[in-house]
Design a protein around this ligand. Structure first.
Ligand code: UD1
Ligand code: UDP
Length: 378
């Protein structure tokens, strides 16, 4: 094949956009090797558009599918249906998806239906529990079953795929592209420089110590979130000199309910989702992080920030094994006591803040594209 290889990147949510941006950026620079097209499902709208702005990505197709309180049934069927036309229009050689969202699963399935090669970035993460995370554990397994290229971030992700019978030659350990994105953004907005936006900056100026919080997992909806927020409220009351900064995910199952528990506490700051550069600045400047996010579990160790993960299991075992991340689940007592230890016990803090980057070195995009250049594989 003499013409450039035609790559179609398909994504829809904030984390997919962040993690594919470095690959898209590099592919677009290699015009002699790749013709690069971008289709967004807009499973997320506002949060996706923020990331597209930050990385200067202009989609070639925008399915504009987000609906308030959308169901998995709606999303999955709409993406598969709409992707038929997108695939006909772009006729790619390879469809590239990332992670474990419904967009990733449905776009990979659509690529398979149209006999295209499918490449999966961040392949092989597993908890071996189909309820946790829901529905992501099954989404990513389904992507693995149709993918031709499996870009595993770590050796343990590679082993998971080999154990499931994926041929060794189709699995490539690349590191996670989130570290490429993080390092790129921090180069443009250094942590010792000004915050890219005002509001978190004023909180960091007023408080010496800040705890950064996020939460959105479906399996935490209802009583688990209630327990997590109640524990955070108790910690905030006990530590009035510490700011609890919480950019709230716009899912209606989260937004209104979290306000009821935390909004009246003077040292709790419920913010809208932050643009990626501002969020990276907050991660780099905060004392510790409490989150159920996948991406933040990968980024925080690279910044030397301890993370309390409000989940019972994680598909990212490397940072926990290295002692940089603790799984606290929705156990209110564990959440409060770990926050207190990290605030009061310098040795415990130093051990968890020792830093390291088990998920990547910032060169994952380059490795992925080097493999995609070779059209003989897999
Ligand atoms: C989705 C992914 C999850 C990923 C998360 C990252 C699925 C099933 N879930 O979960 O794997 O970890 O994104 O954040 O793929 N909303 C807005 N504006 C936005 C985004 C969302 O208003 O920019 C609201 C809408 O009401 C939307 C709802 O949030 O219907 C839920 O969005 P959805 O993508 O279905 O689920 P997430 O919880 O965001
Ligand atoms: N993030 C952001 N703004 C915020 C919260 C998170 O830019 O207000 C970034 C974060 O740095 C990480 C990604 O969003 O790169 C994680 O997204 P999310 O937690 O929504 O999804 P997950 O990683 O759990 O799939």
């Amino acid at each position: 094949m003499n013409r450039p290889r035609r790559l179609l990147f398909v994504f829809g949510t904030r984390p997919e956009a962040i993690k594919l941006a470095p690959v898209i950026d590099m592919a677009k620079r290699e015009k002699d090797r790749f013709e690069t097209q971008v289709a967004v499902t807009a499973q997320h709208r506002g949060m996706l558009d923020d990331v597209l702005d930050v990385f200067g990505i202009r989609p070639d197709a925008d399915l504009d599918l987000m609906r308030p309180g959308q169901s998995l049934f709606y999303l999955t069927s709409a993406i598969v249906r709409e992707m038929e036309g997108v695939l006909e229009r772009f006729s790619p050689d390879v469809v590239i998806v990332q992670g474990d969202t419904t967009t990733a699963f449905a776009a990979a399935l659509a690529g398979f239906y149209s006999h295209k090669k499918v490449a999966h970035v961040e392949a092989g993460l597993r908890t071996d529990d189909k309820a946790m995370p829901f529905p992501e554990e099954i989404n990513r397994r389904l992507v693995s079953s149709v993918a031709d290229y499996h870009f595993a971030p770590t050796d343990s992700a590679r082993r998971n795929l080999l154990e499931e019978g994926v041929p060794d030659g189709n699995v490539h350990v690349t590191g996670n592209t989130v570290i490429d994105a993080l390092l790129g953004v921090l180069e443009r907005h250094p942590a010792d420089g000004p915050c890219p936006i005002d509001e978190p900056a004023s909180i960091f100026a007023a408080y010496e110590r800040v705890i950064l919080i996020t939460g959105h997992r479906r399996e935490n909806f209802g009583p688990p979130f209630q327990a997590i927020w109640t524990a955070l409220a108790a910690s905030a009351r006990k530590n009035p000199g510490v700011a609890f900064v919480y950019p709230v995910h716009p899912n209606p199952s989260v937004t209104d309910r979290v306000r009821r528990v935390l909004k009246d506490l003077p040292n709790c700051f419920l913010l809208p989702p932050l643009p990626y550069p501002a969020f990276c600045w907050c991660m780099a400047r905060c004392r510790l992080i409490v989150t159920d996010s996948g991406g933040i579990q990968e980024e925080a160790p690279a910044l030397g920030k301890p993370v309390l993960v409000t989940r019972r299991v994680t598909e990212r075992p490397e940072a926990a094994a290295a002692g940089m991340v603790k799984l606290v689940g929705d156990d209110g007592g564990a959440i409060q006591s770990w926050i207190q230890r990290l605030l009061d016990d310098p040795d415990c803090y130093a051990e968890m803040a020792k830093g390291g980057s088990p998920y990547g070195d910032g060169r994952a995009a380059e490795r992925i594209l080097n493999i995609l250049k070779n059209e003989e594989t897999p």
